[in-house]
Design a protein around this ligand. Structure first.
Ligand SMILES: Nc1ncnc2c1ncn2[C@@H]1O[C@H](COP(=O)(O)OP(=O)(O)OP(=O)(O)O)[C@@H](O)[C@H]1O
Ligand SMILES: [Mg+2]
Length: 307
C-alpha cells in the first residue's frame, strides 16, 4: 500500500531526513520509532505530500504522491503531531467538516462520523467543543478526524501523547481492528512499548537515518541473550563505573532501584553481583526480564531513546 524509497530532506544545513525507505502492506502496522528530532514528522510530511522531498519518492498503491491535490492524497488519513481541530465547533461538526473536505456527504457522512466518534469514545461529548476538552480528548478527536473519509493508509504522528492509559489501550485495540480490516498503518512514536505492542514491523530512525527495519522478534533476537535486571540496592551506585564492567550495557539508578541491561546474563551477572558487594551495596531484591526495544535502540546507536 505504501512504498517509501530513499527519502531525503534538508532544512538549510540541517539534514532532517537522510535516506529513509520503508514499505507498508495492507493490514500491516509499521512503527516508525525514533527520539526527538530523529526526522519522524518530516518523513510523515513527505509521505503525506505536505513536504516535497529533496530526493526519493513515495508511492501509495503504486501511485506517486505529489504536493498538489491529487486524488491519491484522499487515500491517506493523517493524524498530525500537533492537534489540528476547529476549536469553536463541536466534535461532531468538526468531524463532518473533515469528512466534507474529502467529499463525503449525506447519510454516509453521518454513518462515518458516528463510527469515528464511537471508535475514540467521544459519543457522549459529540456536541461539545474541543476548547472545553481535556488534552487526551482532543487527541482522540484528532484521531477520529483522520478516519471519516475512510482512508486506505492511516499515518499517525505520536497520537497518544497525553492520552490516559485506558483510552490509549482503547485506541490500540481500534488500530488493530482497522489493520485487521485491511488498512495500512504507519504509527510514529518515541515510546518503544507502543511500537512493541502494535507494530508488525519496526523502522528505527535516528538523526535522520534509518538504523534498523525489521519485525520486533528479529530486532529482539539481535540482542542475543541480553537480559534486563532490576535490583533494590542500598546506597547510591557509581553507575558510570558499573557501565565499564564487562557485559553491562545499561545502568540506571532511581532511588533504591537499579536497572541494568546485561549481555550474556549467565556469564556476567555473577561478576556484577560481586562488584556491587565489593562496593558495599546490599541487595534486597533481584528481578530479571528480557531486554526490550529500548535496548535494541541503545545497542544500535549507543544512546537511549529518551535522553
Ligand atoms: N520546517 C523546518 N525548518 C527547519 N528545521 C526543521 C523543520 N522541520 C524539522 N526540522 C528539523 O529537522 C529535524 C527533524 O525534525 P522532525 O520534526 O522530523 O523530528 P521528529 O522525529 O518528528 O521529532 P519529535 O519526536 O520531537 O517530534 C530536527 O532537527 C528539526 O529541528
Ligand atoms: Mg515529530
Amino acid at each position: 500500500m505504501l512504498t517509501v524509497e530513499h527519502l531525503a530532506k534538508s532544512y538549510g544545513s540541517k539534514q532532517a531526513v537522510v535516506d529513509v525507505s520503508l514499505t507498508v502492506a495492507r493490514g500491516e502496522v509499521v512503527g516508525l520509532l525514533g527520539p526527538n528530532g530523529a526526522g519522524k514528522s518530516t518523513t510523515v510530511a513527505m509521505i503525506c505530500g505536505l513536504v516535497t522531498p529533496d530526493a526519493g519518492r513515495v508511492l501509495v498503491d503504486g501511485e506517486a504522491i505529489r504536493s498538489d491535490d491529487g486524488p491519491v492524497k484522499r487515500r491517506i488519513g493523517l493524524v498530525p503531531q500537533d492537534i489540528s481541530l476547529f476549536e469553536d465547533f463541536g466534535a461532531r461538526d468538526n468531524l463532518e467538516l473533515f469528512g466534507a473536505l474529502y467529499g463525503v456527504r449525506g447519510a454516509l457522512l453521518k454513518e462515518r462520523v458516528d463510527a469515528a466518534l464511537e471508535l475514540v469514545g467521544l459519543v457522549d461529548r459529540a456536541k461539545d467543543k474541543p476548547s472545553g476538552y481535556s488534552g487526551g480528548m482532543k487527541r482522540r478527536l484528532n484521531i477520529a478526524a483522520a478516519l471519516v473519509h475512510d482512508p486506505d493508509l492511516l499515518v499517525l504522528d505520536e497520537p497518544t501523547v497525553g492520552v490516559d492509559p485506558q483510552s490509549r489501550n482503547a485506541i490500540f485495540d481500534n488500530l488493530e481492528a482497522l489493520a485487521a480490516r485491511g488498512k495500512a498503518i504507519v504509527y510514529t512514536t518515541h515510546y518503544m512499548e507502543e511500537a512493541e505492542r502494535l507494530a508488525d514491523r519496526i523502522v528505527i530512525v535516528d538523526d535522520g537515518r534509518l538504523v534498523a527495519s525489521d519485525t520486533p522478534a528479529v530486532l529482539m533476537r539481535s540482542l542475543g541473550n541480553t537480559g534486563l535486571v532490576t535490583m533494590e540496592v542500598e546506597g547510591p551506585v557509581d553507575v558510570r563505573t558499573l557501565l565499564a564492567e564487562p557485559g553491562v550495557t545499561r545502568a540506571e539508578q532511581s532511588g533504591d532501584v537499579l536497572t541494568l541491561a546485561i549481555a550474556d546474563l549467565g556469564a556476567s551477572l555473577p561478576h556484577v553481583l560481586t562488584w556491587l558487594a565489593s562496593q558495599g551495596h546490599a541487595i534486597r531484591r533481584i528481578d530479571s526480564s528480557r531486554a526490550n526495544l529500548e535496548d535494541v535502540f541503545l545497542t544500535l546507536t549507543g544512546r537511549q531513546l529518551r535522553d
